[in-house]
Design a protein around this ligand. Structure first.
Ligand code: PEP
Ligand code: MG
Length: 573
């Protein structure tokens, strides 16, 4: 091989393909002074470019909506809103008038300044908007200069797209058949990474300037699970990669045979295997992979993809559509989990030293009752269209459950006064993702209909290892016996109380741990859609009693690093 590069694993899977640089057409912007009499014509030129850009973005929005769904298309709403933002386009007009400079120049200046300002913000979501404004600015400058944009037809099937960074309008133009994406910049929560996961193709981001050493038509192996890129592998490496791609495909196909079977152990124990979704766009994939319901609908995406607080009606429609799509099967909808690493561009969050230990999720909602009640009313209204369960995140004590339930019953009364239908027996549950909640699970269980264990947060809080920090990644281990003991304690409490206990953290989709999770007493496992068939397959080989024995043994292991090895070696199927 020529080189091996390491970046951030943004979308899982392995691919082998040929590189194609996705380059934006460069335009050199020259600063020109204009006379006072030319101001009107220059502003007119800018206005026409803005109008044309709006038409192009509207079109992109429509195409995206048809191809990927409404929520994916929402990003272009944000682009359109930049075009009507007085601090953006308005400011360009001011500068043409006051500084007597040409439209192209003021456009690139104002864009650069706003992008710089956004990129310096601490919040990852807002930083990602910096790429959006650059996208809009580039479009305007191209239109002003009369140049054509990059021609996506150069990207053939089997290509690995290589780019500095992929903007939302780039990703939507990506032709079918590309096998992977790699970029210099970008983050796991950026739009391109979300898109790659939606399309099911591997992606590595954050490869840095070393990516410049990749040329068009180089052969690349992209490992989106390990964040690794191999440039011009030798014949043997290519052969191994091809085998890995084929093995991955074969395993997926074998597992797919289980997608439409009910999830059941060999000795007849029924376990629910559900999917985690971020919105309606994920439903099709969840159903196609055999999800028997939704174990976690992360509603924050509805908020994150919006440019203002989503209204009750907007939310009602979104929840109703998802609930209806699952035709009577359970859909667990989590109330807003905002704060921590997820901030909204349209609200001011107080700066916190430790946002993950701060004012997030249920804490934010209980302090912002109007926002919370808007969501609760939308959920209650959608309840009549299927089997909708309501789940509160980041619960730490009984008082929070009681306060949330009190607001829920107020919302019920408000809707009853308006003669709006609401189901009587909606299941109300909590996430167990704070160690205190796991320890107190027997008490909390008295107040809820179900519990779902969020191992992503439970792991970081139990082990004091930030889930997003590569430096402590080796310590962040969801199968550490300390975490598994908290899971065991929660399962026991829920099973003793006769309520449903599930898991919706990433661990639920790890088929190598399915036997242990079964043995610990979980009754429902919820995961990304693509993992559903493999977990159903694994369950079909397992029996309950041996699973209990393996789980008990794992809880006593002294060394966290041998848990997986032990589980694999003692697999009873
Ligand atoms: C979790 O913490 O395990 C979880 C499912 O929630 P999120 O990943 O959205 O924080
Ligand atoms: Mg969580």
């Amino acid at each position: 091989m020529d080189k091996e590069l390491h970046g951030i694993a943004a979308a899982p899977g392995i691919a082998l393909g040929t590189s194609v640089w996705w380059r934006q057409v460069e335009v050199t912007v020259i600063k020109r002074s204009i006379s006072a009499s030319a101001v009107v014509a220059e502003i007119d030129r800018l206005t026409q470019a803005v109008q044309k850009a709006a038409e192009q973005i509207e079109l992109l929005k429509e195409v995206t909506q048809t191809r990927l769904g409404k929520e994916e298309a929402a990003i272009f709403e944000a682009h359109l809103s930049f075009l009507s933002d007085p601090t953006y386009v308005g400011e360009m007009g001011n500068r043409i008038r006051n500084d007597l400079q040409n439209a192209d120049y003021v456009c690139s200046q104002v864009t650069e300044e706003m992008a710089l300002m956004l990129s310096s913000l601490p919040d990852e979501y807002l930083r990602a908007r910096s790429a959006d404004i650059q996208d809009v600015g580039h479009r305007l400058v191209l239109l002003l200069s009369g140049k054509q944009a990059f021609d996506p037809t150069l990207v053939k099937s089997g290509s690995v797209v290589v780019a500095d960074e992929l903007t939302p309008s780039d990703t939507i133009q990506l032709p079918e058949g590309i096998v992977a994406m790699v970029t210099k910049r970008g983050s796991k929560t950026g739009h391109a990474a979300i898109m790659a996961r939606t399309l099911g193709i591997p992606m590595v981001v954050g490869l840095g300037e070393d990516l410049e050493s990749v040329h068009d038509a180089d052969v690349l192996i992209v490992n989106g699970s390990a964040g690794q890129l191999v440039v011009n592998p030798d014949a043997n490496e290519q052969h191994i990669a091809m085998q890995a791609v084929a093995a991955d495909k074969e395993l997926k196909e074998r597992a797919m045979a289980f997608a439409n079977k009910p999830a059941m152990t060999k000795d007849g124990h029924r376990i629910q295997v559900f999917a985690n979704i971020g919105g309606l766009k994920d439903v099709k994939k969840a159903l196609a992979h055999g999800a028997e319901g939704v174990g976690l609908f992360r509603t924050e995406f509805l908020y994150l993809e919006n440019i203002q607080w989503p209204t009750e009606d907007e939310q009602f429609t979104a929840y109703r559509e998802v609930v209806e799509a699952f035709s009577g099967n359970p859909v667990v909808i989590r109330t807003l989990d905002i704060g921590g690493d997820k901030e909204l561009p349209y609200t001011d969050f107080a700066k916190e030293e430790n946002p993950f230990l701060g004012h997030r999720a249920i804490r934010f909602c209980l302090a912002n009752k109007d926002i919370f009640k808007t969501q609760l009313r939308a959920l209650l209204r959608a309840s009549v269209y299927g089997d909708l369960w309501i789940m509160f995140p980041m619960i730490e004590n009984v008082a929070e459950i009681l306060a949330a339930k009190q607001l829920l019953s107020e919302c019920r009364q408000e809707l009853a006064q308006k003669n709006m239908a609401v189901k009587d027996d909606i299941k109300v549950g909590i996430m167990i993702e704070i160690p205190a909640a796991a320890v107190m699970a027997d008490i909390l269980a008295k107040y809820v209909d179900f519990m779902s264990i969020g191992t992503n947060d439970l792991t970081q809080y139990t082990l004091a290892a930030d889930r997003g920090n590569e430096l402590v990644a080796p310590l962040y281990d969801a199968v550490h016996p300390a975490v598994l003991r908290l899971i065991a304690q929660t399962c026991k409490a829920a099973n003793d109380a006769g309520i449903v206990v599930g898991m919706c953290g990433e661990l639920a989709g790890d088929a190598t741990m399915t036997e242990v999770l079964l043995g610990l007493g979980l009754k429902e496992l919820s995961m990304s859609a693509s993992m559903v068939p493999a977990v159903k397959e694994r369950l079909s080989y397992l029996k309950m009693q041996p699973a209990i024995e393996v789980a008990e043994a794992v809880l006593k292991l002294e060394n966290p690093s041998v848990v997986k090895e032990y589980a694999a070696a003692h697999l009873t199927c």
